[in-house]
Ligand binder design. Structure first.
Ligand code: DHE
Length: 527
């Protein structure tokens, strides 16, 4: 069985391109190198798996010299190891030539293929509306275990597992709760969307919405799903009832340039999906109301070719907002009126500033000094001295950055023991938790006092093993931490005393998602 981390991740580093052999490498050898070192994560056909697709159309923002550097030295926030100790300079260059060579044909993944992949295991209304188990649905957690591609449904009162089930290979992004906890939607990196019936502990439908997928969002009324794809350059709109595709939206600018989609989120109060693009300097807002507001007039796309249903074809208008650069990562304010986004930047890009995009004014209104590659999809907000602040971990810098959301000035840079990935809190907790995901101190977890903006405690849940990603119970009394290891654990802490109260063995638990906190859009967690 394929492991979620490729074999090459085990390999070490230190390579100097200048001392490598100067011979050029023939194409067949490049293919063999690709098969040996790259295929397990990026797939043999280069269409992506745990790693992204490696095709010229997905590498537009990366110059070839930068691609050489990525293969030699790795890149931040990826699980890819550096290959400078393994491959010679010419071998790396030959791999770069290979991945910038167009495939003879990229498989089409449009309406027909998506519809062809649809599997409905239980028709809507077929299964009982009463849970098979006794627990507070509102306080359930779903925990994704990447180690063996499973998920565990956990009782958030007793911390006893209710059900453990297989998932699609390599889930990514937060599974989305919907319909007051009745359903959970999962997305895998290879495009599979699964709808799980929590009451009946079974999948009800699955569909492959893309070949290489980023994430999904569910409309706040539970009616629609929008899936963001890297390959093809599309957004797939699904009917949440049975995952039947409604539209495939091609992601292109006015000149016909296409783009990968960075991510999609739901803006509840606006009846909209908000979409960030990786290769086009635009943010899209796609309205899903039955009667879209006037602001969307003039931007209505005619998708009549997609289906014969004229009513559906007039729906889902798109408002395009031109911005200053690309957005790789973004955060939506609790009021859903603004997007705070950054370009991650490759080795050839700057990406030092965050920008604030006003969805009503339809333009960028401010910049924020965020040079540490903030992980904004993990940012949180809280009240501090009468104002709302946003706090984000940084993937490249050992600091948590705290920003005043009124004037967008950085009010504090809290030094940490290493760059972090995930940050969490809860309305009822005085603390915010942030991991140290990268570097030698990756087993540490900082606890920050939200009123003094100081680290008050640093926990070490499992010395030597990465600890990451916190989520709180519904009432904010307990915080659950992942020990991110095949021989890992879920560690439950009392969120006030910071003492451990329970430890459950798990196989590389990554994210965990509490029904109440997600459904109520708690300001302490991602949405
Ligand atoms: Fe993620 C969420 C992007 C690598 C684990 N990650 C997200 C989201 C985005 C994103 C846009 C928000 C989607 C959502 O929740 O709906 N992630 C990226 C990247 O661009 C990046 C850096 C490169 C890549 O490989 O795609 C990346 N992510 C990783 C990992 O390597 C992680 C650690 C392991 C994995 O699963 O591959 C990882 N990402 C996660 C998790 C979430 C996530 C656990 C959900 C966080 C949450 O609590 O909501």
């Amino acid at each position: 069985m394929i492991q979620s981390r490729c074999r090459c991740c085990l390999l070490a580093s230190i390579f100097c391109l200048s001392i490598a052999a100067a011979d050029s490498i023939a194409a067949p050898e490049a293919s063999a190198l690709y098969a040996q070192y790259c295929a397990e994560c990026h797939s043999a056909n280069r269409l992506g798996a745990v790693g992204p697709a490696l095709l010229p159309q997905n590498l537009q923002r990366l110059r070839k010299e930068a691609a050489i550097s990525v293969i030699a030295n790795s890149r931040p926030a990826s699980q890819m190891p550096p290959f400078k100790d393994i491959l010679t300079g010419p071998q790396i260059e030959s791999l770069v030539e290979l991945i910038y060579t167009p495939l003879k044909s990229v498989p089409a993944w449009g309406m027909a293929e998506i519809l062809g992949s649809l599997q409905v295991y239980h028709k809507p209304g077929e299964l009982p509306d009463k849970p098979l188990f006794d627990a507070d649905i509102d306080n359930l957690f779903v925990v994704v275990e990447l180690g063996d591609h499973h998920a565990t449904l956990l009782n958030g009162d007793t911390f006893e597992p209710i059900h453990r089930f297989a998932t699609r290979f390599a889930l990514h992004g937060g599974p989305k709760w919907a319909d007051n906890g009745r359903y959970i939607y999962f997305a895998s990196r290879d495009g599979w969307i699964s709808k799980f019936d929590v009451f009946n502990l079974t999948y009800v439908a699955e569909v492959r919405a893309g070949i290489n997928t980023r994430n999904l969002a569910v409309s706040h009324d539970g009616r629609f799903l929008l899936v963001a794809n890297y390959l093809p350059h599309t957004l797939t709109l699904l009917d949440a009832t049975d995952l039947r595709p409604i539209k495939v939206i091609e992601v292109k600018d006015g000149k016909g340039h296409s783009s990968r989609v960075s991510a999609v989120y739901t803006a509840d109060a606006r009846d909209s999906f908000v979409v960030a693009l990786k290769d086009i300097p635009e943010v899209w807002e796609i309205n899903y109301a039955d009667d879209p507001p006037a602001g969307f007039a003039g931007w209505v796309h005619d998708y009549r070719e997609d289906s014969g249903d004229a009513d559906k074809n007039r729906r889902f208008p798109i408002s395009r907002i031109g911005i200053k650069g690309y957005l790789d990562d973004f955060f939506l304010t609790q009021e859903y009126d603004r997007v705070i986004g950054t370009s991650r930047g490759g080795p050839d890009e700057q990406g030092a500033a965050g920008q604030v995009v006003d969805l009503d004014l339809k333009r960028s209104v401010a910049t924020i000094a965020l040079p540490g590659m903030p992980h904004l999809s993990s940012a949180i907000t809280w009240q501090y001295q009468g104002r709302t602040v946003l706090a984000t971990p940084n993937i490249k810098k050992p600091e948590v950055t705290v920003v005043d959301m009124k004037n967008w000035e950085v009010i504090k840079r809290i030094p940490t023991k290493g760059p972090g990935f995930f940050m969490r809190s809860h309305e009822r907790s005085r603390y915010a938790w942030v991991d140290v995901f990268f570097g030698p101190n990756r087993d540490l977890m900082h606890v920050i006092d939200k009123q003094t903006l100081e680290i008050v405690e640093t926990l070490n849940p499992a010395p030597g093993k990465t600890s990451a990603h916190v989520e709180f119970t519904k009432d904010g009394r307990y915080a659950l931490v992942s020990v991110w290891d095949d021989d890992g654990a879920l560690v439950v802490y009392d969120a006030d005393t910071l003492k451990e109260v329970k430890r459950l063995p798990m196989k590389k638990p990554s994210g965990k998602y509490n029904a109440h906190n997600k459904l109520t859009r708690s300001s302490g967690t991602s949405h």
